[in-house]
Design a protein. Structure first.
Length: 472
């Protein structure tokens, strides 16, 4: 993050704009929305700027910027529209110790003006570090659609009510109040009675929350999907957004963890390949302990929690401790891998059943019904199969499988490092050994485009994720 976003209070501060043409006027339209004391330095200001000066909205100096003009200024815009003059203004301003923005010149600027969605007092600032103004405007358009026009009124009423809301204990009790305010109670009150109805609605809401018993802790066992945040369910996103504690598998990648509430406690557990792991009993203990302390716990597991996720052991522990729980399904690695190779996991005339196998289990390499699997046309998705690949190959061929049976090894399915290796049963151990990240072996499945190596990052149709309506 080369550019650090923050919100600057311009009350009583000076903002200097060097320039008097259309470029300066455009910046001034924004700056004049703030309470700053605005000074414009322009030998020949345009009519619009002269009119603002006549209205007393800014102080106009009919000359170009000189040394000392920027002293003590919070911010200086070099906005003459002329590169040489802007560079001169920037140098003067910097010598005066001010932060400078040179319009349309990233290299000369200390600060960049974001694209802004204004729902006063709620302000959304969008920055692309100068790399994509068009992108910033597209995000802005998406945000404008998402943030209801009444949001400003709800936020203003909430701001005036903050002190009263301190009657509720800090933390989740207060968060619950505000979540209900922005999600349902506020919009309802606004629709029914307009802005005037908001203070009374807030007082009613607070009274109800003060009378309510504290919400007990609970655990949601949530599927995080194969790794691409776009493939999370809406419920998973919502729960991550509300969680006090997130206990996650190490396989869950950072972009998904970043969707958790910033104040949430993140605990990494589970295995990393064959590396060190947190024992299951310890994971169970952590879940129970946090839920008993009243926390909303998300137990975040890769893929679907019910597939090779030791789900039942965790549920049994929660039941034994009397902790409320629910399971939220996710997209399992096999589904993501099949999507990557462009094939169905079932196909009329080929296979009407699909096996999900694990390459190893508690006892080591896992035994399966090899004779059944070795028959032509069988399809299986094999999880945790890297080390077991040679063992699998040996067992299958021993039971009569054709060494030419197609296999596809899909590594990091749905993630930027996605790699697909097409092979046959004969070449499976080599194809599996070449993987580094988590990989699923699709046994009995041919790539739709033989030899195609798809890279998830270049897949078409990846849009900017739709922003969520503000709830805090
Ligand atoms: N519950 C998970 C599976 C957990 S077991 C699910 O439903 O997907 C862990 C194994 O899942 C890994 O060893 C690997 O075989 C597979 N896996 C998980 N994420 C994967 C991914 N993004 N790409 C390929 N395989 C993955």
């Amino acid at each position: 993050m080369q550019y650090f976003p923050l919100f600057l209070d311009l009350t009583g501060r000076r903002v200097v704009v060097a320039g008097g043409g259309a470029t300066a006027a455009a910046k001034l339209r924004l700056v004049l929305r703030t309470p700053a004391e605005v000074h414009v330095l322009a030998a020949a200001p345009c009519a619009e700027i002269a009119a603002w000066a006549a209205e007393g909205r800014l102080v106009l100096h009919r000359r170009s910027i000189a040394a000392g003009d920027a002293r003590g200024a919070a911010l200086v815009y070099a906005a003459s529209g002329e590169a040489g003059e802007d560079a001169r203004a920037a140098a003067l301003a910097r010598a005066d110790g001010a932060l400078v923005n040179v319009v349309d010149d990233l290299a000369l600027s200390d600060v960049l003006t974001p694209a802004i969605v204004d729902r006063g007092p709620v302000t959304v600032a969008i920055g692309t570090s100068g790399t994509g103004p068009v992108l910033a405007r597209r995000i802005k358009a998406a945000m404008e659609e998402t943030l209801p026009a009444g949001l400003g009124a709800l936020a203003a009423a909430a701001g005036a009510f903050r002190a009263a809301a301190e009657a509720l204990p800090q933390g989740r009790a207060r968060r619950d109040l505000w979540a209900e305010w922005y999600d349902s109670a506020g919009p309802r009150a606004l629709a029914a009675g307009g802005e005037a109805a908001l203070p009374a609605a807030l007082a009613g809401l607070l009274a109800r929350h003060l009378g309510a018993a504290p919400r007990p802790g609970r655990v949601d066992l949530v599927g995080a999907g194969p790794g691409d945040p776009d493939l999370l369910t809406l419920r998973a996103r919502r729960l991550l957004d509300a969680a006090d504690v997130v206990i996650h598998d190490r396989l869950v990648p950072q972009p998904i963890l970043e969707l958790a509430r910033r104040e949430a406690t993140l605990l990494a557990v589970g295995k990393e390949g064959f590396g060190p792991s947190v024992p299951q009993a310890e994971i169970n203990r952590l879940m129970v302990e946090h839920a008993r302390a009243g926390a909303q716990v998300v137990r975040l597991k890769s893929g679907d929690p019910g597939i090779f996720g030791r789900l039942d052991e965790e549920i049994a522990a929660l039941d034994a401790a009397g902790v409320e729980w629910a399971v939220v399904p996710g997209i399992t690695a096999a589904a993501a891998a099949a999507a990557a190779v462009g094939q169905g996991l079932t196909q009329r005339g080929r296979n009407s059943a699909l096996r999900l196998l694990t390459g190893h289990d508690v006892a080591g390499f896992a035994e399966h019904d090899w004779r059944a699997l070795a028959r032509p046309g069988e399809v299986a998705a094999i999880y945790m199969g890297r080390r077991a690949a040679r063992f699998l190959q040996g067992r299958l061929i021993m039971h009569g499988a054709d060494p030419e049976t197609p296999v596809a090894v899909v590594e990091n399915a749905s993630q930027p490092g996605q790699r697909i290796r097409a092979a046959t049963l004969a070449g499976l151990p080599e194809a599996a050994a070449a993987t580094e990240g988590p990989a699923v072996i699709l046994y009995g499945i041919v790539l739709r485009r033989a030899g195609a190596v798809a890279d998830a990052a270049t897949l078409p149709g990846r849009a900017v994720p739709a922003p969520k309506a503000a709830s805090a």
